[in-house]
Write a new protein. Structure first.
Lengths: 156, 708
């Protein structure tokens, strides 16, 4: 089987897997990066969200071939030298999760949002995050966490 | 007024997937003590004052006679608590640890909670019914207090002083007179002391709590924001392969033929057939999916009803043999005859699905005839017994571990995925991981029961309710009775031979029964020309219910609000599982009568609050989840098939549905703590329905609510 080069969290890998295999399974099984979660397999819940070249994508619908040679960031790659990403810190500070199963996808979607919009309004957050489901219903705290992360980034 | 919790629990067990598999066996303690080594082990005797959730269960169940929980203090001072309760987002890993820290007088960081591992924790019925806080909380507090007393006595013996002069704080025993001080680790080092607590020592009153009662963050929050937490679907023993199960084409289908030739020839694939059970294993998930897709099966299924015929079916298929006897007080007929105002209405609720974001998942590993399964379940011991029965092995040969799970909401009482994974693993001769797809989760997991609820009522012109008759078909008996003072009542639950597999849900039937009752209360208030809040207050003398109704109304500015066709308020209240709840919903009616909930105020009293941070999170979450059942969620089905088994077809609440949420906590430090994961969901649907009526004059009596 052919090998596909991918870069995940600044590390390069040669993955032996069919090109049509969803990135989700490659991350979870070949690379043991299980922080990326399966939720629906149809891009409707956002639990499997990762960054592909800084853009939030659903890894359950992203074939390995379309990630070839590209830079992928998963939840495991946000922490730098033991310091949490500001969005991770903000989720902790706001207690913005219950069971936490949606949290990886929420955080990565929020990181992508803040990369493109340093100070989003409530409406912009709702619009950007609406493809992510938190079945525990922690939405108000997630919105608060995104505002908190935005404010922290502006002060810095 | 509060219902008998044992009776409620019994009803839940009977009704909801649990009754027939409830068994327990005594713990094998010797191995466990060996494992722990030195230190002090404190055990809670189930027969003690702070009793286990057992007692007067009906039927032939064998209940725990031995030990309900353990607490161990190691030679380094580290405290480990062992409980059969499981964490699935309701925050008990933190709230239970807070209570132990409180009574033991140790920092929260020195406590580890071992939860839901059948090999190391004492038997437990399960995590449901909002039982953790009112039962496990006091048990752990009692053990911790007993451990503290033991340590005080140890120090007193060493120092040859009276223990009453010593103090315990911050993990140390101190003699204030001599300034002598020993850490718990120093006191327990080299000990092998087992203490069985038979009676409850004095517990610290909530008004004096320092660690309990505080809005502390989740103890392991960092693992969730970094992706490091391992859910059941992340467990990865060496040599593991992936499994898939071939689902029948319809419910109640039998397998006619199977052609597995193509699948069998894919590399690394094994096909398992055992009666109508067909599954595959492969080296990874993607290969397993391909193998499954290559199976050609023919199924034969009997004709089955569709959701369009559902409510008529439920009324027509009452299983009279199992009907609960009615609860009757006075004479409804006489009271109705004398009433100034009479109402008779019927309400319905749809089948809905829990849709936990982590689908059912299990990893199974055999070692000879010993089986280990990691799975997400609310009832690890019941699943252990389910596995033992399925494979004809003793329960002692089965170990079930429940890693903190990606939520459940009452939907994970059973061991479906565990049994399937174990069957595949036995065939593969390797550990197998099985993760249900979303479509499987929507189709093959049990549903929240649909139901029909009929209410007849009568009232005097002054707004006094005089008659209340309520019949619930299929949805369940939880909260079926009214908390209002009505002299003449007839209340009855009618079980039905249900068309779909059904089971527990967050707050069980209390959502349905509250929807019907609080909608009907609203109708009756309008029929007697009373304000809906005043009408409720007039008809209840329950101080706690009155307090939450008044608190929610005040926060929402109920009395100053004027309803318009575009914007209006609705109110609902209730009592369930020891919690007292009131909700005010404010809705906006848009073009084509679209409904948007713009604001929800909930006041909640669950006794002494253990962790207001976690509690607020649960309440806001219950409001959001309740909005799903209120406004959009309904399972559609036809002829044994689910027609909307995807998130693209089954709408759940999203960010764009989020109202402004305001929570008023009524912290009753003078009262025992009640569970809080469920009750906050029960008021939301009727509050929204009542608000829609206030705006539009249209009375909606079916969940989900749909304007004409």
């Amino acid at each position: 089987m052919q090998k596909t080069p991918i870069t995940v969290n600044d590390r390069q890998y040669q993955v032996t897997a069919p090109p049509e295999e969803p990135l989700l399974w490659v991350l979870r099984e070949s690379l043991q990066l299980t922080g990326t979660r399966y939720g629906c397999g149809e891009g409707q819940c956002g639990a499997c969200t990762v960054l592909l070249e800084e853009k939030a994508v659903r890894s359950c619908l992203t074939p390995l071939s379309s990630a070839a040679g590209k830079k992928i960031t998963t939840i495991e790659g946000l922490e730098q030298n033991g310091a949490l990403h500001p969005v991770q810190q903000a989720f902790l500070a706001e207690g913005a999760f219950q069971c936490g199963y949606c949290t990886s996808g929420m955080i990565l979607s929020a990181v992508a949002l803040l990369n493109g919009n340093r100070n989003p309004s409530d409406a912009e957050i709702v619009h950007a995050m609406n493809g992510n489901i938190c079945r525990c219903g922690t939405y108000p705290r997630i919105v608060a966490a995104i505002h908190r992360a935005a404010q922290g980034a502006q002060k810095a | 007024m509060d219902p008998d919790p044992d009776r409620e629990l019994a009803l839940e067990l009977e009704q909801h997937e649990a009754g027939s598999i409830l068994r327990c066996f005594e713990m094998e303690r010797r191995d466990f003590l060996k494992l722990l080594g030195g230190g002090i082990l404190v055990c809670m005797s189930a027969s003690s004052g702070a009793a286990q959730e057992s007692g007067r269960m009906p039927g032939s169940h064998e209940l725990p006679k031995d030990i309900a929980a353990w607490l161990h203090i190691a030679g380094d001072g580290h405290v480990t608590v062992f409980t059969g309760k499981v964490e699935m987002g309701q925050n008990i890993r933190t709230s239970l640890a807070q209570q132990v820290a409180e009574e033991l007088r140790v920092p929260l960081e020195s406590i580890s909670m071992v939860m839901g591992d059948t090999q190391t924790v004492p038997w437990d019925m399960g995590t449901f019914g909002s039982r953790t806080t009112p039962t496990m909380g006091p048990q752990l507090r009692t053990m911790a207090a007993a451990a503290r007393e033991t340590l005080l006595n140890q120090a007193a013996e060493q120092w040859k002083v009276d223990p009453s002069g010593l103090t315990a704080s911050d993990g140390r025993i101190t003699n204030p007179r001599t300034n002598q001080s020993l850490s718990y680790g120093e006191l327990t080092h080299g000990q092998k002391l087992v203490k069985v607590v038979e009676s409850a020592p004095g517990l610290t009153p909530a008004a004096q709590w320092k660690t309990a009662g505080q809005p502390l963050p989740k103890v392991d929050g960092r693992a969730f924001v970094t992706g490091q937490h391992h859910y059941p679907s992340d467990i990865d023993p060496p040599g593991m392969v992936s499994g898939k199960v071939l689902r029948p084409a319809a419910f109640r289908a039998t397998l006619v033929s199977l052609d597995d030739n193509a699948a069998r020839h894919q590399p690394g694939v094994a096909v398992v057939r055992d009666g109508d059970f067909v599954g595959v294993t492969a080296s990874d998930m993607w290969s397993a999916e391909q193998a499954l897709a290559a199976l050609k099966a023919q199924w034969k299924a009997p004709p089955q009803i569709s959701d369009r015929e559902l409510f008529g079916y439920l009324k027509a298929n009452t299983d009279k043999g199992e009907s609960e006897p009615p609860k009757v007080t006075g004479s409804v007929e006489k009271a109705l005859a004398a009433a100034d105002v009479r109402l008779s209405q019927s309400y319905t609720v749809a089948y809905i699905q829990h849709a936990p974001l982590e689908p059912r998942a299990a990893v199974a590993e055999w070692d000879g005839d010993r089986l280990t399964v990691w799975t997400g379940t609310q009832r690890p011991f019941a699943v252990r017994d389910e596995l033992a029965a399925a494979f004809h092995i003793p329960s002692q040969n089965v170990r079930v571990l429940v890693p903190d799970t990606g939520s459940a909401y009452g939907g994970k009482h059973t061991g479906d995925a565990a049994v399937e994974a174990a069957r595949l693993a036995r065939a593969a001769g390797k550990p197998v991981r099985l993760v249900w797809t979303r479509e499987e989760e929507f189709t093959w997991a049990y549903f929240r029961p649909a139901g029909v609820i009929e209410i007849r009522s009568g009232a005097q012109r002054d707004g006094t309710i005089t008659a209340w008759e309520c019949h619930n078909f299929n949805s369940g008996p939880s909260a079926i009775d009214t908390p209002y003072n009505v002299a003449n009542r007839h209340i009855q639950f009618h079980p039905v031979d249900a068309p779909l597999r059904q089971g527990s849900y967050r707050a069980l039937a209390a959502t349905a029964n509250h929807f019907a009752r609080e909608s009907h209360m609203d109708e009756l208030s309008h029929a007697t020309a009373k304000d809906p809040l005043e009408f409720r207050l007039k008809n209840t003398r329950n101080d706690r219910l009155r307090a939450v109704l008044e608190a929610a109304a005040e926060k929402a500015a109920w009395s100053r609000h004027k309803s318009t066709p575009e914007r209006a308020f609705g109110i609902a209240g209730g009592i369930e599982k020891g919690g007292h709840i009131a909700a005010v919903a404010e809705v906006e009616i848009g073009p084509q009568k679209s409904v948007r909930v713009v604001r929800v105020v909930e006041a909640f009293d669950c006794g002494a609050v253990v962790n207001p941070n976690g509690l607020r999170n649960q309440i806001a979450g219950a409001i959001m989840m309740g909005m799903g059942g209120a406004l959009f969620e309904a399972i559609r089905f036809d002829n044994g098939r689910i027609l909307n088994p995807r998130f693209s077809q089954y709408r759940v609440p999203r960010f764009s549905d989020m109202p402004q949420i305001e929570v008023v906590l009524v912290d009753r430090k003078d009262l025992p703590s009640a569970g809080a994961g469920e009750t906050p969901i029960v008021g939301i649907a009727p509050a929204i329905a009542n608000a829609i009526f206030a705006a539009t004059g249209e009375r909606l009596r079916s969940l989900p609510l749909r304007t004409a």
